[in-house]
Design a protein around this ligand. Structure first.
Ligand SMILES: Cc1ncc(COP(=O)(O)O)c(C=O)c1O
Length: 346
């Protein structure tokens, strides 16, 4: 507040620079925006995707991924998922048409085991790849990839700006376009703002949006980034405790989260034998709040295309996200684990 700069300026520039150092990606560009939804929208648009085009999206994702496609005038085509919650490429192949222009793999719960197949599939079918990495901040194996990656810094993500997001790309032309597009398409506005100037005489040559990150959000992001080592340690510790103990319960199936490299944002489990709702009620009675992430998008009226995606629905009906955030102590996590064990041994 004391700098007098509350809109986009030096703090945002500094945050972008610190993110690139954190990712060890000085070869690339970080473009900070208002949210991951904004990042996805801009990334889709910068790939030249618009009205009438189709984009393959796993149905098991937050509605933001679907809305970002729709906001560009394109059609999000829901695809089924594998047991890991990853886009099922056999199903995606069935949904290809001559209007398909891109695929958005969502790295659900930080799982990216099928990602090299996605790049292969995209190459063969001439599609752009935009990675929805909203769940993945802090996983270096993901940020070292050479694609277009979209991250979220919303209130519950691994780091938060209040609301915020970032696109990571190594393509300088794409980065330059994105920098203009996030500021209403005003050519060169980012560069001028970063040198403390304003744009009075400018040109606009394409659709832009007011989706940049402001300096207040960037300042919060910088503070969070400085705290990230503790955040990482806490999230990984809690996830490891869940993994090690819950893997012994035969009625639970775990997602293949690599707790060495991933910094899990959510910890979903699959509860077998139709016991999910009963377990959820049991945990709630012990003051343990859980979630269901997510309702598949093809079940929403706006995105329903009239076909079934059975595996996503099977996961949706049996999944439960256990508490996971950096303020959980070991005792808190143990309390949750004990309650889950109690449920299955009662
Ligand atoms: C998979 C996924 N994609 C996109 C988003 C949107 O992120 P944001 O809230 O930063 O717009 C979210 C947010 O929860 C998400 O989980």
């Amino acid at each position: 507040m004391k700098t007098g700069s509350v809109n986009m300026g030096r703090e945002t520039q500094q945050f972008e620079s610190e993110l690139l150092s954190f990712w060890n990606r000085r070869d690339a560009h970080a473009i900070c925006v208002h949210s991951c939804t904004a990042a996805l929208l801009l990334a889709i648009q910068v790939c030249g995707i618009g009205t009438g085009d189709e984009v393959l999206v796993p149905t098991l994702t937050f509605v933001a991924t679907f809305q970002a496609v729709k906001a560009c005038g394109a059609v999000p085509v829901p695809c089924d998922v594998t047991d890991d919650g990853f886009i099922n490429l056999s199903d995606a192949a069935r949904r290809l048409t001559n209007r398909t222009k891109a695929i958005i793999p969502v790295l659900y719960a930080g799982c990216d085991s099928g990602i090299s197949d996605v790049y292969w599939f995209a190459k063969v079918n001439n599609l752009a790849v935009i990675e929805d990495a909203a769940h993945c901040f802090g996983d270096e194996t993901i940020s070292s990839r050479d694609g277009i990656m979209c991250f979220s810094f919303d209130p519950i993500k691994n780091i938060s700006c209040g609301d915020g997001g970032c696109i990571l790309t190594s393509d300088s032309d794409i980065a330059k376009k994105l920098m203009d597009m996030r500021l209403l398409g005003v050519i060169g506005d980012t560069e001028r703002r970063y040198s403390g100037q304003r744009s009075w005489d400018f040109d606009v040559t394409e659709q832009g949006w007011r989706l940049h990150m402001n300096d207040i959000a960037a300042t919060i992001g910088r503070t969070q980034l400085a705290r990230f080592p503790q955040i990482r340690e806490r999230r990984q510790r809690s996830s490891r405790m869940y993994m090690e103990t819950l893997s012994t319960i035969s009625d639970i199936q775990l997602f293949p989260i690599n707790t060495e490299t991933a910094v899990p944002h959510i910890f979903p489990i699959i509860v077998k034998n139709g016991a999910r709702d009963e377990l959820r009620k049991f945990l709630m009675a012990a003051n343990i709040e859980t979630g269901v992430q997510y309702k598949p998008n093809h079940l929403l009226s706006y995105f329903n295309m009239g076909y079934d995606l059975p595996n996503a629905v099977r996961l949706y009906e049996s999944m439960l996200s256990l508490p996971l955030h950096p303020l959980l102590s070991e005792d808190d996590v143990q309390y949750v684990i004990d309650a889950v064990f109690k449920f299955f041994t009662k």
